[in-house]
Design a protein around this ligand. Structure first.
Ligand code: DGJ
Length: 731
């Protein structure tokens, strides 16, 4: 049993295979104290961890100093204005302008499985997978109830949290912050891990020592963003890939977020995560309910690598959905970097024919096929085929591509509107816009008001028509600018603070509709590359375009950061043109393929311009993808060496769950003269199994490969690499 309540101790416990989480009811008032989160322990009677009766702490019932009690109490879901001066999860304003909220225990429920969150993406699991604790707490003065949900997974060190706020009082309230989770702990000399970046350099790993005050990452761009990830982990300062404790949070949400770690006066740590409060305000009428998105908490006592593998398993099994959840993803050719806007049917078919000859399985037509779009200045919103470029339309094109034995996929950017479009001329109010301001363009476009049902219906009807008009088996859903001028013609003045969140809910609603109407569709999300790579999007699309940076060497860092929490099976990765369109670097064709191979593999260049030698390599690369792609997709991921740390070489390895095969993707980035061959200790093998190396034919035990190591092949020159397979030898 993973969740239980010890009535005598007044302690709730949640157990996962390697962790325990304890919540205690404190004092007669029933405050929710946070007692413990860490390695699994058998005890419940650990109220002493709260220290409410010793040292500086005084019990709340000693009414003389409630402030000293609340300001240091490790707590589960802090309110505001009553003595806890750290970050609060719930901030409420009454009509009279009072800003205070204090929540105490009312009741609880424990049940098998995990309820879905209405209108929101979330991890899922049945009774055999997880158990849920729902704690109801209340502020009697406000007449406000919060239901705090904690789901513990049976086989993974994961606890998922969210909160549902209900106004049971007689007057309207305003939520000015409604975060999803809080974790209070003692300091253990923590480093804070985050993923930061910018366009074309998404998800760079950051590691800083956590000091006094607040360390915060956030997005106010309306999307989770390339700049910061909705992720934060506290890792013991000495933690490595394989050792040390790590506490991580990741937000299953695609809009504005806040992730913050705070060290307060008693050297206590508070980590919180949720919707970013500054751009948020929600009017809760009597009877109204607000549901926060979900935070995934992962605990690892096996270092950063342990955290990574837990996230991967959770997202592969309990977040990604649909027919492609466990299926190989088709190798593809995308025409964007091959043609940009300059294409016609014949040019596309030339590329498709070369692709088909090489064995590529799908052709994706990117931006520029609709309206009068010959550059990025027009036509978003007018989703009708440009028959000047594509005579016979998509039906003809897709039939020709299908006749070559390939699937056909198509690009859309449904959330946007070009001022130069028929849609904008007819409905300027469909765009987000502040009355009296002209509205800021980004990439020459405005953002549609996705909070509006009529706007969504209008765009969706066009998408539906196109997708029903031809055999389109894949959609790339792009989103190429952040939200600004955030105001809606359809919302009252005092509800404009709801718009960011309503926008995200609108996007989710539309993607859900798409999947319902086209259940076999493979959806890939994208936002100027990887600007909205988050668990919320993964609930709808099993893969996301990782970055517009397709240079193989830059991609090493981007993919390393992405794989810190997201499975390799979710990362779009393409062999692109050379010199790179991003940074003009030249890398060998073979290396570009090696870097892309662990992800959702494809090509994005003009195949008709490859040299005969390069063209001849494609079938072998596709064969590797077919033969070993499943190990990367379904196996355990080990980060063995990081080019961004050592400046010289990169190595990742995937080991199949049955430990019979391991695939090592080694990239020799910069040559350095060494007298000795580099020896790389492997991880994750079965010490007792014998494995043969595809590189040398040598057979050694898993123990030898792990504790001795594997001699990396010597290479002369830069930007080279090797795929090395270790397969179990039948004995
Ligand atoms: C941004 C995407 O990341 C690219 O792959 C491409 O689809 C362009 N948009 C098209 O405008």
């Amino acid at each position: 049993m993973s969740v239980s309540y010890n009535e005598k101790e007044r302690v709730f416990r949640l157990d996962t295979p390697g962790s325990t989480y304890l919540i205690g009811l404190v004092d007669e008032e029933g405050f929710l104290g946070h007692i413990y989160y860490g390695r699994r322990i058998p005890d419940d009677n650990m109220q002493y961890m709260l220290r409410v009766c010793s040292g500086n702490y005084v019990p709340f019932r000693d009414k003389g100093d409630q402030v000293s009690f609340l300001c240091d109490l490790p707590t589960e879901y802090p309110g505001c204005g009553l003595g806890d001066f750290r970050e609060s999860c719930l901030r409420v304003e009454t009509k009279s302008g009072a800003r205070a909220c204090g929540l105490t225990y009312v009741s609880h429920r424990i049940f098998g499985g995990k309820p879905a969150l209405p209108g929101l993406p979330a991890t899922y699991g049945g009774e055999q997978d997880c158990e849920t604790l729902e704690l109801t707490v209340r502020d009697a003065v406000l007449g406000l109830t919060a239901r705090l949900s904690y789901t513990a997974f049976e086989k993974l060190d994961v606890i998922c949290r969210s909160a549902q706020i209900e106004n049971n009082g007689g007057e309207s309230l305003k939520l000015t912050a409604a975060l999803s989770a809080c974790l209070d702990m003692d300091n253990r000399d923590f480093d804070v891990l985050t993923l930061h970046g910018n366009w074309a350099y998404e998800r760079m790993i950051g590691r800083e020592k956590l000091g006094w005050g607040k360390y915060r990452v956030s997005s106010n761009r309306g999307i989770s963003s390339a700049q910061e990830q909705p992720f934060m982990a506290l890792a013991e300062h000495t933690a490595t890939q394989s050792q040390g404790q790590v506490y991580a949070m990741n937000f299953v949400y695609s809009g504005n977020f806040l992730a913050q770690a705070e060290m307060s006066q008693q050297e206590q740590i508070r980590m919180v995560m949720g919707i970013e409060p500054e751009s948020f305000g929600w009017r809760l009428a009597p009877g109204g309910v607000f549901q926060t998105p979900e935070v995934v908490m992962v605990y690892s006592s096996r270092g950063i690598g342990g955290m990574t593998r837990t996230f991967h398993d959770l997202y592969r099994r309990h977040l990604v959905r649909g027919p492609y959840k466990d299926r190989p993803r088709p190798s593809l050719i995308n025409n964007w970097e091959a043609t940009y806007f300059d294409f016609d049917t014949e040019k596309l078919l030339d590329i498709a024919r070369t692709a088909a000859e090489s064995g590529i399985e799908m052709m994706v037509l990117d931006d520029g096929w609709f309206g009068r779009r010959s550059n990025d200045r027009s036509s978003l919103g007018d989703w009708t085929v440009n028959e000047e470029k594509l005579p016979g339309g998509l039906k003809y094109l897709s039939e020709q591509i299908n006749a070559l034995g390939m699937k056909f996929g198509l690009w859309f950017e449904p959330e946007m509107i070009s001022p130069d479009s028929d849609l904008y001329r007819a409905h300027p109010d469909y765009a987000l816009q502040i009355p009296g301001r002209s509205g800021s363009l980004g990439r020459w476009q405005k953002v549609l008001d996705m909070s509006r049902q009529d706007v969504r219906d209008c765009v969706y009807a066009q998408l539906h028509k196109i997708l029903s008009s031809a055999n389109i088996e894949y959609v790339k859903w792009d989103m190429n600018r952040p939200l600004t001028d955030v105001a809606s013609f359809a919302l009252d003045g005092d509800r404009q603070g709801e718009l960011h969140h309503r926008y995200v809910l609108g996007v989710y609603e539309m993607q859900e509709r798409l999947l319902r109407d086209f259940p076999n569709l493979l959806l890939e999300n994208c936002a100027s590359g990887g600007g909205r790579f988050d668990p919320g999007m993964l609930y709808y699309s099993p893969q996301i375009w990782t970055s517009d940076n397709t240079d193989a060497i830059d991609r090493l860092r981007i993919q390393e950061g992405t794989a810190l929490i997201y499975p390799l099976s979710t990362m779009g990765a393409h062999v692109a043109a050379c010199p790179s369109h991003t940074n003009s670097r030249s890398t060998p064709f073979a290396t570009r393929a090696l870097v892309s191979l662990p992800g959702c593999f494809g090509y994005e260049l003009d195949l008709t311009r490859l040299t005969p030698e390069e063209k001849a390599m494609i079938p072998g690369q596709l064969e590797d993808y077919r033969k070993y792609g499943w190990v990367f997709r379904t196996g355990d991921y080990y980060r063995l060496a990081s080019y961004s740390e050592n400046g010289e070489y990169d190595a990742l390895m995937a080991v199949s769950k049955d430990k019979r095969i391991a695939v090592l993707d080694y990239i020799h980035v910069m040559s350095r003269e060494r007298r000795k061959t580099l020896c790389l200790p492997l991880e994750g093998l079965d010490g007792a199994i014998l494995y043969r190396s595809s590189e040398t034919g040598e057979v050694h035990s898993g123990a030898a490969w792990m504790y001795g190591g594997l001699m990396l092949p010597k290479m002369k020159g830069d930007f080279l690499g090797k795929l090395i397979v270790l397969e179990a030898v039948e004995t």
